[in-house]
Unconditional design. Sequence first.
Length: 291
Amino acid sequence: MIPQLQNSNILKWSSYCLELESRTLIMGVLNVTPDSFFDGGRYHKFHDAVTQALRMAEEGADIIDVGGESTRPYSNPLPIDEELKRVIPVIETLSKELEIPISIDTYKSKVAVRALEAGAAMVNDISSMRFDPAIGSIVAAAGVPIILMHMKGTPQNMQSNPTYKDLLGEIIEFLQGAADKALSMGIQRDLIIIDPGIGFGKAFDDNLVILRDLRRFSSLGYPILVGTSNKSFIGHVLGSPVESRDTGTMATIAAAVMNGAHIIRAHNVREAKETVTIIDAIKAGASAPLS
């Protein structure tokens, strides 16, 4: 049996309320970048980005995650001004068009501040406040959820032969420390989400082990987010290029949901919605209409 959350099973803040136990939530990925590993350039223009976000919401996304900087392996940091130029107009528009929360995918405190002012309602920090600790106090003051992700190193060096003596133990220890730091900065316990960081400082097989043994992260008592969408370990297993990994992605999403993920992060929301609906029904032993 997967342990229950120690926190409330509801993410509730401002005007938002997301249930975590009744079904798996879907975070739609919106890369407003010219160089994302999967869809770089496809939604770089303002109109294309907004249209895609609206489409994902119609297809069943519970959250839209807007990112202006690619953090793929070996990528370099983006200047703050350029990141703001990419994401703020999109967030301003979407916050007026959508009722679901918008997440800002950034590790920079200045970007987080501007994004929250523009209408973002969550912060997704791949560095778990390591790169810019000021982001923690910003999240605490805003009273919004934060996603704390495990990453070994930085995007520039995370895939340079990552090794672990105790893979799951080290990741759990890291996430516990990140959550404790968040609490010490005043972030509400029931607004903390953890992410084991699939593909971020992990060897191919490490990602498979994390998915297989994902329920171990439930011991931390925080909601678990998993992002596997189209990542290279899927291509490694299937021998497929990034544009041909939808089936593999849905298989990994199914595994994550079956093993305790509360939120999955996906580019293809329609297929992800169908996948999690089936797995949720299997877990419950009861069918429910797609909604």
